[in-house]
Design a binder for this molecule. Structure first.
Ligand SMILES: N[C@@H]1[C@@H](O)[C@H](O)[C@@H](COP(=O)(O)O)O[C@@H]1O
Length: 261
């Protein structure tokens, strides 16, 4: 696992957007797995700026969704499909034909979950998967004690996650669905490159458990330790509880020129 400590969220966004741009230059139709939440927004802004300045052509990029609320109409402003259309697809000039995601409105949710895993595989797999992290260490919506081998499936949100996400629903926790579809941890681990961004002090405990704790279902993000190409980008606050922070700085400062994230 590579850990990169950046001064702030903007620098993290820029670093990751550059890695995505490099991938798209090499593979213009790369399948980019994208995450929601506030943390990845600086990545999308930086990538959009690169696309608009002509530094990268995103016109053939394909976008895959990580997770979705169950029961919110697809056109609800806070369905993750709507959020991604607003924050990623439209700014990059992509239409919904470039998008794939699980159907949170399906009558048969288990079937929709299976169909999504199949669709990801048929699309050739995710090239680069962006991840945020919940305060409890969740990735996607894989709450603590999710199987590290799990596939895309329905999950029940913890009360803490519903509290954390109420801010997107006018602060009203009653509006936050209880159920979600999320790529499983096993599904996420199939992406070729995992890039997790965490910013702010509120994520410091989860980051320490992810990077320096044991691989354990109680901290789903710790599964990144099992992946051959996982990058964790953290700002100084999110890095504040890492015992090996100096080593991570030293490693990054001395990395060979040819090695991007
Ligand atoms: N399902 C999403 C996660 O993918 C995201 O990582 C997390 C953290 O969000 P934020 O980045 O806003 O803290 O929120 C939600 O639970």
């Amino acid at each position: 696992m590579e850990v990169v400590i950046v001064p702030d969220a903007k620098a993290g966004g820029e670093l990751i957007a550059e890695a995505m741009a490099r991938l798209l230059r090499r593979k213009p139709d790369a399948l980019l797995g994208v995450a929601t939440g506030s943390t990845p927004l600086p990545i999308y802004q930086a990538l959009t700026a690169k696309a608009r300045s002509g530094a990268v052509d995103t016109s053939r990029a394909r976008i895959a969704q990580l997770d979705e609320y169950v029961g919110l109409p697809a056109d609800h402003p806070e369905s993750y499909r709507s959020v991604l259309r607003r924050e990623v697809l439209e700014p990059l000039g992509l239409g919904m034909e470039a998008f794939m995601g699980p159907d949170g409105t399906a009558e048969d949710i288990p079937e929709a979950c299976e169909a999504y895993d199949k669709a990801l595989a048929e699309a050739g797999g995710v090239d680069l998967q962006l991840l945020g992290i919940g305060t409890d260490g969740h990735i996607g919506f894989n709450e603590p004690c999710s199987s590290l081998a799990s596939r895309t499936r329905i999950k029940t949100l913890t009360q803490q996650t519903r509290i954390d996400n109420a801010r997107f629903f006018g602060g009203d926790i009653e509006q936050v669905p209880h159920h979600v579809i999320t790529q499983g941890i096993g599904t996420i681990l199939e992406a070729r490159h995992l890039v997790l961004l965490a910013t702010g002090e509120g994520k410091a405990d989860a980051v320490a458990a992810t990077v320096e704790g044991p691989v354990a279902a109680v901290c789903p993000a710790s599964a990144l330790q099992l992946h051959p190409h996982a990058t964790v980008v953290v700002d100084e606050s999110a890095a504040s509880k890492l015992k090996h922070a100096d080593y991570f700085r030293h490693t990054y400062d001395n990395k060979p020129d040819w090695q991007g994230i």
